[in-house]
Design a protein around this ligand. Structure first.
Ligand code: CAA
Length: 259
C-alpha cells in the first residue's frame, strides 16, 4: 500500500516508517493520521516484520507536532474528535504486540513528542529536541502527552516541561528517562534497528506478552500482576516455550516459530 505522507521501507524483518512532510517539519495533519491509523491498525499486526522504526523525513525534525495550520477551522466538538482520534491511533502503536522504536532525528514537539512517547522506546539523535509547547499556543497536549510524559519522567518534571513548554535536549531526555539512548545524528535509525535485531532473537510471543503486561501497569482497568501470571500461563502452553527451554539445555540458539 502506498501512503500519502508515510514512506515504508522493509529491511529484512524490520519496517522503517518515515513521516514524510519535510516542508512542514513532518507535522501531523489529518491525512498523516489516516496513514498511521491504517498502517498500525491494519498492516502492522499481521505484517511479517518483527518490529518497526518510526522516524521523520529530512535533517531537522522527527515530527514538529500536530499541523497547527489545520487548527483554524477547529471548533469544540471537532477538536475533541481530533484529539480522541489521535489518542486512539497512538494507542494502536502502544498496544501493538511487536516493538516500535522512535528514532528521534530532530524536533519532537507536541504531537511529535506524543508520537515518540507512544512508541515502546526512543533513540534520540544528539540533535533531538523534545517538548510539549502547546500551552504557548493557548491549547493543551491532545494526543496523550499529559499522561505519557508523567509515566516516563514523573509528575514533577512533567509539570515543569508541560507548563513552561520548554524544549528538552537529548542529554536531558536521556537523564530523565524519556530517551533510551542518545547517538550521533547519522546513527539514529541504525541504533533503533540494532535494538530490534537483538529483540528479534527472542521468543516473539513472549515479547508481545511483555509489552502487554507493562502497558497493563498503566491501565487503571487492569491488574498488571494478574496480566503477568495469566500471560505466563498462556506462554507456557506454546511451542516456543518448549523450544526456549530445550535450546537452553541443548546449548544451542533457539529457533522460535511464534506458535
Ligand atoms: N504545524 C504546521 N506547520 C509547521 C509546524 C506545525 N506543527 N511546525 C513547523 N511547521 C512549518 C512552518 O510553518 C514552516 O512552514 P513555512 O515554510 O511554510 O512557513 C516550516 O514548517 C518550517 O518551520 P520553521 O520555519 O518554523 O522552522 P524553524 O527552524 O524556524 O523552527 C520549530 C522550527 C521550532 C520546530 C518551529 O517550526 C515550531 O515551533 N513549530 C511548531 C512546534 C509546535 O508548537 N508544535 C506543537 C503543535 S500543537 C500539537 O501538537 C497539539 C496536540 O498535541 C494535539
Amino acid at each position: 500500500m502506498k501512503y500519502e505522507n508515510l514512506l515504508i521501507e522493509e529491511r529484512d524483518n524490520i519496517t522503517i516508517l518515515t513521516v514524510n512532510r519535510e516542508k512542514a517539519l513532518n507535522a501531523l495533519n489529518v491525512q498523516t493520521f489516516s496513514d498511521l491509523d491504517h498502517f498500525f491498525g491494519e498492516v502492522a499486526p499481521s505484517s511479517k516484520s518483527m518490529g518497526f522504526v518510526v522516524t521523520g523525513a529530512g535533517e531537522k525534525a522527527f515530527v514538529a507536532g500536530a499541523d497547527i495550520k489545520e487548527f483554524f477551522s477547529l471548533k469544540g466538538e471537532d477538536a475533541k474528535w481530533l484529539s480522541k482520534r489521535g489518542q486512539d491511533i497512538f494507542f494502536k502503536i502502544e498496544q501493538l504486540k511487536k516493538p516500535v522504536i522512535a528514532a528521534v532525528n530532530g524536533f519532537a514537539l507536541g504531537g511529535g513528542c506524543e508520537l515518540a512517547m507512544a512508541c515502546h522506546m526512543r533513540v534520540a539523535s544528539e540533535k533531538a529536541r523534545f517538548g510539549l509547547p502547546e500551552v504557548g499556543l493557548g491549547i493543551i497536549p491532545g494526543y496523550g502527552g499529559t499522561q505519557r510524559l508523567v509515566q516516563l519522567i514523573g509528575k514533577s518534571k512533567a509539570m515543569e516541561y508541560t507548563l513552561t513548554g520548554d524544549m528538552m535536549d537529548a542529554t536531558t531526555a536521556l537523564q530523565l528517562g524519556l530517551a533510551n539512548h542518545v547517538v550521533p545524528h547519522e546513527e539514529c535509525v541504525s541504533k533503533a534497528i540494532e535494538i530490534l535485531n537483538k529483540i528479534a532473537s527472542k521468543g516473539p510471543l513472549a515479547v508481545g506478552m511483555v509489552i502487554k503486561c507493562i502497558n497493563d501497569h498503566f491501565d487503571e482497568n487492569k491488574n498488571g500482576f494478574e496480566s503477568e501470571y495469566t500471560g505466563f500461563g498462556e506462554i507456557a502452553l506454546t511451542e516456543d516455550f518448549i523450544e526456549g527451554a530445550t535450546a537452553f539445555t541443548e546449548k544451542r540458539k533457539a529457533n522460535y516459530t511464534g506458535k
